[in-house]
Ligand binder design. Structure first.
Ligand SMILES: [Zn+2]
Ligand SMILES: [Zn+2]
Length: 341
């Protein structure tokens, strides 16, 4: 086909060769000056009315430039290459190459633009620095000593969960964390996030959760209510041994207040709801369980070396015991030495 304008013989678009067609139409435009509103604390960039997270200033500028590119209705932007030069902290120079497709035509356009940075604290950073909160999670250990591993684990769970929720919604964050003896207080920007996390802690750690509202004044004729979730971790952890009404159990699994227990006499498993258990004494696994070498095994008994006295002793094999081991875990109880699965 011949171009009706210059006569060149090649593929034509609306009767024109690629060069003539590109000089006839604009396809895409970019303003010579792009104003970019960036939060100096978190680099979020404001596009129209919403703040969008960006990891760096350069990325924030890139997002703002993309937003400023305007294309004709039949044009699809397929890519963008950007060269940024910082002139001073508020002014950048951008060389932008935009790739696009219009029908069968694929082409690029080059632009030069001045970038004017305007630093503006975003809503989230404003609320964070003002310690804004709708709810508090008070996470508490029920162990007196410091260094409760469950407390550390539960805290980790809260922080990673909030980070994940925060990457999906900018309205969810912790505006303050306070550590006190035996616990941590987390100030939540969102009550629904605090509520769902405290429920999770109850399920995962068997924690007891008490919620209480408090009045925090009035806004627009409405009472402002803040919630406090007191999350108390239980004394026991998975793997610990429990003495319940004179019987000994290993805590194998927990789901809220439902405990899966293994009786140390028989190694038989059962499920118990914590509401039905009255008198529980916790024997922490790391302090009470020892490993004993097995000397010999008969059909009903094991002979093991007591790791304390180093004497050989006979213990009854639990019904669910499966043999041929070199050693076995044991615990000293009021009922004598019991084997631990
Ligand atoms: Zn032409
Ligand atoms: Zn910010």
């Amino acid at each position: 086909m011949f171009c009706v304008k210059c006569g060149k013989e090649e593929n034509t678009y609306e009767g024109l060769c690629k060069e003539c067609y590109l000089s006839k139409r604009q396809f895409v435009t970019l303003p010579e000056l792009v104003d970019v509103q960036v939060c100096p604390h978190c680099y979020a960039v404001r596009l129209k009315k919403t703040w969008i997270d960006a990891p760096t200033i350069d990325k924030a500028i890139e997002l703002a430039i993309k937003e400023s590119i305007k294309e004709d209705r039949d044009v699809e932007i397929t890519g963008m290459r950007l060269d940024l030069v910082e002139r001073d902290p508020r002014n950048y120079h951008a060389a932008v190459e935009v790739s696009f497709r219009a029908g069968e035509l694929s082409a690029t356009r080059n632009f030069k633009a001045g970038i004017r940075l305007k630093k503006d604290t975003c809503q989230r950073c404003g609320k964070k620095s003002g310690h804004y909160y709708e709810a508090i999670i008070q996470l508490r250990s029920s162990v007196k000593e410091t260094g409760d591993k469950r407390l550390a684990r539960a805290r980790e769970h809260i922080l990673s969960k909030v980070e994940k929720m925060g990457s999906e919604s900018r309205n969810i964050f912790i505006s303050k964390e306070e550590s006190i003896h035996g616990g941590h207080d987390f100030f939540f920007s969102s009550n629904s996030a605090a509520k769902s996390i405290s429920r999770e802690l109850s399920k995962m750690f068997g924690a007891e959760v008490k919620s209480s509202p408090s009045m925090a004044g009035r806004k627009d004729g409405q009472d402002l209510v803040r919630m406090t979730y007191l999350v108390r971790l239980p004394e026991y952890d998975i793997g610990d041994l429990l003495e319940i009404d004179g019987e000994y159990f290993e805590l194998k699994h927990l789901d809220g207040n439902k405990l899966t227990l293994v009786n140390l006499g028989s190694w038989q498993e059962s499920s118990q709801s914590i509401g039905r258990l009255t008198d529980i004494r916790v024997l922490r696994r790391e302090e009470n369980v020892r490993e004993a070498i097995i000397v010999s095994e008969s059909s009903k008994e094991l002979q093991i070396i007591d790791p304390e006295s180093l004497k050989a002793i006979d213990v009854i094999k639990p019904a669910k015991y499966i043999g041929r081991r070199a050693s076995v875990s044991m615990v000293r109880t009021k009922k004598g030495i019991l084997l631990v699965p």
